[in-house]
Design a protein around this ligand. Structure first.
Ligand code: GAF
Length: 392
């Protein structure tokens, strides 16, 4: 688990300066996959795993970035920061600095230590947590205060415009705005959201298939293109439809023949997933956990069969969980093609569930998975402070 005392000691010994420390969590998405860039709904929760950023000003005009996870330091001139990514971990903090600079923020000399325990390439948004931790650290040092929504947009732009990954808003938004013990139903059109409490007897059991996931990969991009193709075809007939958020299954039945077969399947997933996500939030708010579990099962089927974003290992992880004690619902979470499944599990069974699922998965696939029993945690904040960037 992340340790602010260790972060302080690390930054002090490396930079001989007292850091202010910021925390930004990773996330797990309960339901609502590949709907964010279709201006639809998602329902993620922030998790216990996070990136910590220690920051202090420097008088020499340098920006020094140290990533403890990679035991590596990079130094730049604050007045002449890179304008392009170099496929290196520093792209994420540099992307944030580039976007802030583009917004007219003058980037001063600073030392930034980054350390995180969000498993990398696992679909738990380690990149978003680095971006949000960096953005909050830098803006706080400068005395600039952004709302959580603005901070999230800036970080999404860092990823889209600098890193070059065409992601939506979900990951950065939940990292900035997560709330302890709550899932967050986000309307990705206007960034309005509703918090839904996760009952104390429910644990979030995250099961890492150990199959590497990346949003920078071609599959994420091609799925997004197919979703956009479907929206464009429907929009030719109903110009008010610019995103699949506004399309219906009837639209798809009428005009699907004008699309590629893949676009039809991807659209069927996105349109039905939007409906499921809103229904899932309603079920959670009403305490109807069996309905929530059924919706998660449907969501996984749709993600696997229509969106074709699952993989053999993730399908196995979901199937193997089905008859284990305490399971409420299981599905592949995040951008797809590997990564983790999310299992909502009765807390009293969570330890036994995790152990048994891990053993079954190892026997079936020959891969030793990582099982994490998590709870929904608060979004980005300064260590020791109760204040969050806040919604709006
Ligand atoms: C990744 C992206 F970064 C998100 O924006 C979202 O599209 C998700 O995949 C799929 O729901 O995490």
């Amino acid at each position: 688990m992340h340790d602010p005392v260790a972060m302080r000691a690390l930054h002090l010994s490396r930079f001989k300066a007292e850091p202010a420390i910021f925390v930004a969590p990773g996330r797990v998405n309960l339901i609502g996959e590949h709907t964010d860039y279709a201006e639809g709904f998602v329902m993620p929760a922030a998790i216990d795993f996070a990136t910590l950023a220690g920051i202090s000003p420097r008088a020499d005009g340098k920006v020094v970035l140290h990533a403890e996870n990679f035991s590596e330091e990079r130094t730049f001139d604050a007045a002449d920061l890179p304008k392009e990514a170099s496929k290196h971990w520093s792209d994420y903090p540099l992307g944030v600095l580039a976007v802030l600079a583009g917004e007219g923020v003058r980037i001063p000399g600073l030392s930034l230590t980054l350390w995180g325990d969000v498993p990398l390439s696992s679909g738990l948004s380690s990149s978003a947590s680095v971006e949000v931790a960096t953005a909050l650290a830098v803006t706080s040092m400068l005395g600039v205060r952004y709302t959580g929504s603005v901070l999230a947009r800036l970080c999404q732009r860092a990823e889209n415009e600098f890193v070059g990954a065409n992601c939506g808003i979900m990951d950065q938004f939940i990292s900035a705005n997560g709330a302890e013990d709550h899932a967050l139903l986000l309307d990705c059109r206007d960034l309005s959201f509703k918090l839904a409490p996760i009952p104390p007897h429910v644990a979030l059991v995250i099961a890492n298939t150990m199959v590497k996931h990346s949003v920078a990969g071609g599959e994420y991009t091609s799925r997004r293109a197919q979703v956009e193709e479907a929206a464009a075809v429907i929009g030719r007939h109903r110009p008010e439809v610019r995103f699949l958020r506004d399309a219906t299954l009837e639209d798809l039945a009428r005009w699907g023949s004008e699309m590629s077969p893949n676009a039809v399947k991807r659209a069927r997933h996105v349109i039905s997933e939007n409906t499921r996500t809103v229904a899932a939030a309603d079920a959670l708010l009403k305490g109807d956990l069996s309905k929530l579990g059924r919706l998660m099962a449907e969501a996984h089927r749709s993600y696997s069969q229509d969106f074709e974003a699952s993989c053999v290992e993730a399908d196995a992880m979901v199937a193997l969980a089905q008859d284990l004690p305490g399971l409420i619902g299981a599905r592949l979470t995040g951008g797809g093609f590997g990564g983790c499944t999310i299992n909502l599990v009765e807390r009293e069974h969570a330890a036994e569930f995790s152990e048994e699922l891990g053993a079954r998965y190892a026997t079936e696939t020959g891969i030793v998975p990582q099982l994490m029993i998590c709870h929904a945690s608060r979004g980005a904040h300064q260590e020791g402070s109760l204040v969050q960037p806040g919604g709006g």
